[in-house]
Design a protein around this ligand. Structure first.
Ligand code: ADP
Ligand code: MG
Length: 376
């Protein structure tokens, strides 16, 4: 643990935090202009920071490579920064691209969001930089503005073609609620999620696997969805009404049909989930989660043996429902569990993984937490 003062030789101006997230339902819908329903995790990236007026950006992370990365803000351009430092540098670049006259900073990061686990440690890192910069440079930007800037940073500078869900969740979530977000126009509504009041827990199971095919596959799936929308003459798959699904599928090449079926049915699942939460029926969410997993496994084909097993074992051990969360090819599973069954379900999944000869998953109960904020 190297604190700000010992790394940068000066006192910081403040501390900011931005959380990771777990998405209740609405997977691979955010780049199809569809709906998502994430909650922020208590796990967050923290940035201790001070502004610099010499145009130098210095970056250090407790979870980084051990060194200080020093960059000139004026020289930032896509492709110029390697490794983890690309994420924070990207945000500074994107703010400047958007016309904000921001300069340098010293930034010290410490995050307890598991990295590469589908819980969005990357968006947490981007959003904590965006939030610190907003305050250090007094930028007149809303949380949604900062989320869009962070997404542009990840897309254009880091080179990951992600949708906007992760950044919006990290910026806009509210303690105790899920964020119902329309990714087309960023209309949002906070939906109270009183898990404890209903005797429920949200168990997160980080499988600790990340299969390599993920990165290229994500871009291919996104391109497939966009091609299907174009073939159907629609701006995005969000515009295909569920009642027209079967006839639309008939007009598409066979390889695109399951992608479209997933996206259209997933949007319906998000709307159903929100209706249940509004009605106070949290337990009713369970079957929707499990149906969402089946769609990701059989139609979108982004699950893997580890997430499939975790879902099956969690449900068999008493979860009301479970599904993989995040982009897929590994990462985490979330399970909706009656509180008394929490430890049993976690232990059952761990036992099943051990029996397969796999490393034990990391499990924790997620409590819906607040979005990005200044801590001090
Ligand atoms: P996820 O967002 O699901 O955790 P990603 O692959 O999108 O997975 O992002 C993980 C990457 O983000 C890491 O490999 C690293 O480059 C960067 N990252 C996230 N958090 C930190 C951190 N605290 N310090 C340094 N790099 C980080
Ligand atoms: Mg990420």
């Amino acid at each position: 643990m190297a604190d700000f003062q010992s790394v940068f030789g000066a006192a910081p101006a403040g501390v900011w935090a931005a959380p990771g997230r777990v998405n209740l339902i609405g997977e691979h819908t955010d780049y199809n202009d569809g709906f998502v329903l994430p909650v922020a995790l208590p796990h967050a990236a923290r940035a201790t920071a001070r502004r610099r007026d010499d145009g130098v950006l210095r970056l250090f992370s407790e979870q980084g490579d051990g060194g200080v990365t020093e960059l000139r803000v004026a020289d930032l351009a896509p492709g110029t920064v390697e490794g983890w430092a690309a994420y924070p540098a990207a945000v500074v670049w994107a703010l400047r691209e958007a016309g904000h006259q921001v300069g340098g900073a010293d930034l010290h990061f410490d995050s307890d969001v598991p990295s590469g686990a589908g819980l969005s440690s990357s968006a947490a890192l981007e959003c904590v930089v965006a939030t610190a910069y907003r305050d250090l440079y007094e930028l007149p930007l809303t949380a949604a503005d900062l989320a869009l800037t962070a997404q542009r940073a990840e897309n254009a500078f880091v080179g990951v073609p992600c949708g906007v869900m992760d950044q919006m969740a990290s910026m806009c979530c509210v303690d105790g609620s899920a964020l119902f977000l329309d990714t087309r126009d960023l209309t949002q509504r906070q939906v109270p999620l009183d898990l404890a009041g209903q005797g429920l827990r949200l168990l997160v199971i980080d499988t600790r696997v990340k299969h390599d095919l993920g990165d290229g596959a994500y871009a291919e799936l996104r391109a497939g969805c966009e091609r299907a929308a174009a073939l159907l003459g629609l701006p995005a798959l969000r515009d295909l009404p569920p009642v027209g699904l079967d006839s639309a599928l008939d007009r598409l090449p066979a390889e695109l049909r399951p992608l479209v079926r997933h996206v259209v049915t997933e949007d319906v699942r998000v709307e159903r989930a929100v209706a249940l939460l509004d009605a106070g029926d949290l337990a009713g969410l369970g079957p929707i989660l499990t149906a969402g997993h089946a769609s990701l496994r059989d139609d979108f084909r982004v699950s893997c043996p580890e997430t499939d097993l975790a879902v099956a074992v969690a449900v068999a051990a008493g979860a009301l429902g479970a599904r993989m969360t995040g982009g897929g090819f590994g990462g985490s599973v979330l399970a909706l569990v009656p509180a008394p069954a929490l430890d049993h379900v976690a232990a059952a999944v761990t036992t099943a993984f051990t029996a397969e000869g796999w490393a034990a998953p990391r499990t924790f109960a997620a409590v819906p937490a607040a979005g990005a904020r200044r801590l001090g």
